[in-house]
Design a protein around this ligand. Structure first.
Ligand code: NAG
Ligand code: NAG
Ligand code: NAG
Ligand code: NAG
Ligand code: NAG
Length: 605
C-alpha cells in the first residue's frame, strides 16, 4: 500500500508532468520597448516543501536581491518584473523551481519589437527630431539608414551622408556613429509629411516615424519685452533645504550625463567633471528665459521654482575652490552688448565677467588658450583650435585636479600588465602598496568590487572594478550606476572600516575632451543651438550658442600628503588584495561638499 506521503508526491508529479509538457514548449512574447512585463513562474498554487525559485536570463542567474535596474525578481521568485523593457531585455528567461525531489523549468522567449512607431506633429518651418536607437548590445559599426515612404508605398533612401550643403543641410543625423541615430529634419514643409523608416545597415527595423506637418500660427517676431532682465533674488539664503536640493540635483545630473557619455564613448577612456559642466550650464541659466530656462533647469535636474540655484552654486564653488583648478567662461561676439544685470549677476554668483571676443580669429584662439592655461596652472594649455568669426556665444570649461593620496604609495616605480577590453595586454607603470589602509567591499547592487581611497582636500576616490575585463561586465556595472545606487554605495562604503589591503593600480593620468556640443544636445538642450530664449543675456535679437567645450585633466601619482608606512613585508599575500589591472570606473567624490567632482573610466591607461 502506498503511504499517504507518497501518494501526494505521485499526484504532484503527475500534475507536474502535465505542466512541464504544457510549459516546455516555451512561451514566446513580443513586447514594445518602454512597456512593463510581468512573467509569472508558476500560474498555480503549490505546497512544495522548501521551494526555491531562481530566474535565469540567457543562461545567467538573475540576482534576486537586486532592487535596482529594470529586471527585478518579485515575491521570492514567483514572478519576474521587467520595467521598462528595452532591447537589452531580449532573450530567453527561465524560471527554475527546486523542491526536495522535483525540479521544474519554465521558459519564456522575449522579443522586443523595436519597430515601434511614433507619430509627430510639427508646425511648418520648425525643426523635428525623428527618434531611432540601436540596441545596446552590439557595437555601432555603421550609421543607420533612413527611408521615406513616398506615394504608392515606394521607399526612397534619404541621403544623410551628403556634406556638400555644409551646415545648411535640412536632413542630418544628430549623433553620427552613436547608439542614438536620431535624424534631424529642419525647416519642415508640407511635403515632408509622410512615413519615415530607420533601419540598420543589415536591414533590421529600428523605428517608424509618421510626421505630420501642419500650418503654424503666424509667427510673432522675436522680442524680449515680455521677459524680466534679471534673475529673481533668492528669498531665503539661510534655508536648510537649498544645499541638499543642489546635492541631489548634482548626483542625478552626473549620472544622467555619464549614461550619455558611455552611450557615445562605449569603450574608450572617459573623464569629465559633472560639477563644472553643471556650473557652466547654471551660469547660462542666469540669462535663459521661458522654454530655454525650463530646458536648462530640466537638464541640470533642478526644480523649476528653485530661485536660489545660483546662490547655492556660489556656496558650492567656494567650498571646492581649493580642490579644483577650474576655468569656466562665457565668450560673446564683439557686436553684442550683454545686459548689465547678466554681467552683474555673473560676477556676483560665478565670479567671472563674460568676455567679449576680439575681431580677429587667430587672436581669439590665442586669448582663450592662454586663459585656460593660466586658470589651470598650465595643466591644460589647449581648448580651442579655431574661433569662427561669426561666433555669437561660446561656453568654455576646463578643469584640472592633481590630488594627493592620504597614504603614499611605494616610491619605487614598478611595471605591470594591464588587460584591455579586447584582451590585449599593455605594460603600465604601477602604484603598489603591500598594506595600504583603505575600505574595500563587493557592492552587490553595482556588481563591482569597490575600494575607497582617501585623498587630500576632504575627497575620496572610489574605484569600481567589474567582474572581468569583458565589455559586458563593464556595461553591467555602468548600467547599474544610477544616482540612487551610487549614493547608496557611498553611504555603504563610509560604514566599512579601512583595513590593510595590498593595492595595485595603474598610474592614473586622464586627459579627456568629451564632445560638449553633442552632450548638450543629449541633455535635451538642442534648442540652445537653434532657437534659444536668452533674453536675460541679450535683448536686441535672438542669440544662439555656437560652441561648447569641456576638457578635464586628472593625475594621481605615487606621492601622497602623508608618508605611508612603507614597510616591506614578505608575507604580503596574507592581506586581501585590490588589483585594478583591467578596465575600471572611477568616481572622485568631495566628502566635504557631497558632490561628484569627476567621473571617469580607464580602459587603456
Ligand atoms: C527565441 O525566439 C527566436 C525567434 O523565434 C529564436 O530565434 C530564438 O532561438 C529563441 N530563443 C530561445 C532561447 O528559445
Ligand atoms: C555697445 O556699447 C557701446 C558702449 O556703451 C556702444 O558704443 C555701442 O554702440 C554698443 N553696441 C551695440 C551694438 O549696441
Ligand atoms: C551693475 O553693477 C554696477 C556696479 O556695481 C551698478 O552701478 C549697476 O547699477 C548694476 N546694474 C544693474 C542692472 O544691476
Ligand atoms: C589677426 O591677428 C594675427 C596675429 O596677431 C595677425 O597676424 C593677422 O594679420 C590678423 N588678421 C587680421 C585679419 O587682422
Ligand atoms: C595668471 O594670470 C594672472 C594675472 O594676469 C597672473 O598674476 C598669474 O601669475 C597667471 N598665472 C599663471 C599660472 O600663469
Amino acid at each position: 500500500m502506498l503511504k499517504i506521503e507518497e501518494m501526494k508526491l505521485r499526484a504532484t508529479l503527475f500534475l507536474l508532468l502535465q505542466l512541464i509538457f504544457e510549459l516546455s514548449s516555451c512561451t514566446h512574447l513580443r513586447v514594445i520597448p518602454g512597456s512593463t512585463l510581468e512573467l509569472p513562474c508558476l500560474s498555480f498554487q503549490t505546497d512544495f516543501d522548501e521551494t526555491s525559485i531562481t530566474w535565469k536570463f540567457n543562461g545567467e542567474d538573475i540576482d534576486a536581491q537586486s532592487q535596482s535596474g529594470s529586471v527585478r525578481v518579485k515575491k521570492d521568485g514567483s514572478y519576474l518584473s521587467i520595467s521598462p523593457v528595452t532591447a537589452a531585455n531580449e532573450g530567453g528567461y527561465a524560471c527554475l523551481v527546486k523542491s526536495n525531489k522535483i525540479e521544474l523549468i519554465r521558459i519564456y522567449n522575449i522579443t522586443v519589437d523595436a519597430s515601434i512607431g511614433y507619430t509627430i506633429k510639427v508646425e511648418e518651418g520648425s525643426t523635428v527630431h525623428l527618434p531611432c536607437h540601436f540596441p545596446r548590445d552590439s557595437p555601432v559599426l555603421a550609421n543607420a539608414l533612413w527611408f521615406k515612404e513616398t506615394d504608392g508605398g515606394k521607399r526612397t533612401k534619404l541621403n544623410l551622408e551628403d556634406d556638400s550643403a555644409g551646415d545648411d543641410k535640412r536632413l542630418d543625423l544628430l549623433y553620427p556613429f552613436d547608439y542614438d541615430q536620431t535624424m534631424v529634419l529642419k525647416d519642415t514643409t508640407m511635403e515632408d509629411t509622410g512615413i519615415y523608416y530607420c533601419e540598420s545597415a543589415d536591414g533590421e527595423k529600428l523605428s517608424t516615424v509618421y510626421i505630420i506637418v501642419e500650418v503654424g500660427p503666424t509667427t510673432t517676431p522675436y522680442s524680449c519685452t515680455r521677459f524680466p532682465t534679471a534673475w529673481e533674488p533668492c528669498q531665503d539664503e539661510n534655508s536648510r533645504t537649498g544645499e541638499p536640493i543642489l546635492q541631489e540635483s548634482m548626483a542625478e545630473f552626473s549620472m544622467n550625463l555619464y549614461s550619455y557619455i558611455r552611450e557615445s564613448y562605449p569603450s574608450s577612456n572617459v573623464l569629465f567633471s559633472p560639477i563644472s559642466i553643471s556650473g557652466l550650464l547654471s551660469h547660462l541659466l542666469l540669462g535663459a528665459r521661458d522654454h530655454t530656462r525650463k530646458a536648462i533647469e530640466r537638464a541640470v535636474c533642478v526644480p523649476h521654482d528653485f530661485h536660489c540655484v545660483h546662490f547655492q552654486m556660489k556656496k558650492l564653488r567656494e567650498k571646492l575652490a581649493s580642490s579644483l583648478q577650474m576655468a569656466s567662461q562665457i565668450y560673446y561676439s564683439p557686436q553684442m552688448n550683454l545686459s548689465e544685470s547678466f554681467i552683474n549677476q555673473s560676477i556676483e554668483f560665478y565670479e567671472v565677467e563674460p568676455t567679449r571676443l576680439l575681431e580677429n580669429s587667430t587672436e581669439n584662439t590665442q586669448m582663450i588658450n592662454t586663459w585656460v592655461a593660466n586658470k589651470t596652472k598650465n595643466k591644460i594649455r589647449h581648448l580651442v583650435d579655431f574661433v569662427s568669426p561669426s561666433t555669437q556665444l561660446m561656453l568654455l570649461n576646463a578643469v584640472s585636479y592633481s590630488g594627493q593620496w592620504m597614504v603614499k604609495f611605494e616610491p619605487k616605480p614598478k611595471k605591470g600588465m594591464f588587460t584591455k577590453l579586447n584582451g590585449d595586454m599593455v605594460k603600465v607603470p604601477l602604484l603598489h602598496h603591500q598594506k595600504y589602509m583603505a575600505a574595500m567591499a563587493y557592492v552587490v547592487e553595482l556588481k563591482a568590487q569597490v575600494a575607497r581611497f582617501a585623498l587630500s582636500g576632504d575627497s575620496s576616490l572610489y574605484i569600481l572594478l567589474p567582474r572581468s575585463n569583458k565589455v559586458t561586465d563593464l556595461q553591467q556595472v555602468e548600467e547599474r550606476m544610477t544616482d540612487t545606487a551610487v549614493l547608496q554605495m557611498i553611504e555603504h562604503m563610509r560604514t566599512i572600516p579601512p583595513q590593510h589591503i595590498e593595492v595595485t593600480l595603474p598610474q592614473i593620468k586622464l586627459d579627456a575632451q568629451p564632445d560638449m556640443n553633442l552632450l548638450i544636445k543629449k541633455l535635451g538642450l538642442a534648442s540652445l543651438f537653434e532657437d534659444a530664449n536668452l533674453c536675460g543675456l541679450y535683448t536686441e535679437e535672438r542669440v544662439v550658442l555656437d560652441d561648447a567645450r569641456h576638457r578635464a585633466f586628472l593625475t594621481l601619482n605615487e606621492q601622497g600628503v602623508e608618508a605611508g608606512s612603507v614597510t616591506s613585508v614578505s608575507f604580503s599575500r596574507s592581506f586581501p588584495a585590490f588589483t585594478a589591472l583591467r578596465p575600471f570606473i572611477l568616481l572622485l567624490w568631495s566628502d566635504q561638499a557631497k558632490v561628484p567632482l569627476f567621473i571617469g573610466r580607464v580602459t587603456d591607461p
